[in-house]
Design a protein around this ligand. Structure first.
Ligand SMILES: [Zn+2]
Length: 221
């Protein structure tokens, strides 16, 4: 498993999804400005664990409500979330042809939003976790994600350092949550948004000047 970075569109794609010709997916970067170039359904993100079901293609796109994950099995429908340090996660069920897009910062991760999305796919589409494929896109790395002791306390599995401030590895925690939910095939991009200033947006690095990167997954037909 690995990621490729598009030479033309500067979009990361997981090779784990290569055989899924019924969908398109990708993690935009700071260089993929006009991507995805199509209407997508998205949400007003609030660092919640709310999962929104998109029941049909929406002609106008835009924010359908508040929440931090979308699931759909509607043909000709693309869903998206936006991040700049938080963890973007895309899921697909090749058996039932259903997909999910998830935004997981530390609050969403503490609430196990990725697990809520898997459960919602089970409930709505009959998805089995062992059939799902997952891609975790560009997020802030453990190298740069220093947090307070209060935030670290939300993650009992994380060992606190003997010296200095704790750091969180949010992509690894989300991967663990997916695996605990029964998802076997998980591709994790090895990157750090704050370290890679040329390619990736980072709120911690750029503050209010930071752009956002779009993670998109859609069912073609
Ligand atoms: Zn870093």
């Amino acid at each position: 498993m690995a990621f490729s970075l598009g030479a033309q569109d500067h979009v990361y794609r997981s090779t784990l999804f290569d055989e899924q010709t019924w969908l398109r997916h990708g993690f935009g970067t700071a260089l993929s400005n006009d991507w995805p170039g199509e209407v997508t359904a998205t949400l007003k993100q609030t660092h919640s664990d709310h999962v929104h079901l998109v029941e049909a293609a929406c002609a106008s796109g835009g924010e359908l409500g508040e929440g931090d994950a979308l699931v759909t099995n509607a043909p000709r429908t693309a869903i998206s979330i936006r991040t700049a340090d938080c963890v973007p996660i895309l899921l697909a069920d090749p058996v039932h042809k259903a997909v999910a897009a998830i935004h997981a910062g530390w609050k969403g991760t503490a609430k196990a939003i990725v697990r809520r999305a898997v459960e919602r796919m089970q409930a709505e589409f009959g998805s089995r976790p062992q059939d799902l494929i997952a891609a975790i896109g560009p997020a802030i790395g453990e190298c740069c994600y220093e947090v307070s002791a209060d935030v670290a306390a939300q993650f009992p599995m994380v060992e606190l350092p003997a010296h200095g401030k704790p750091h969180l590895n949010l992509p690894a925690i989300n991967r663990r949550q997916l695996e605990d939910a029964g998802v076997v095939a998980v591709d994790v991009l090895q990157a750090c948004t704050k370290c890679d200033a040329g390619l990736l947006h980072s709120f911690r690095r750029d503050g209010d000047r930071s752009g956002r990167m779009h993670a998109v997954i859609g069912i073609l037909a």
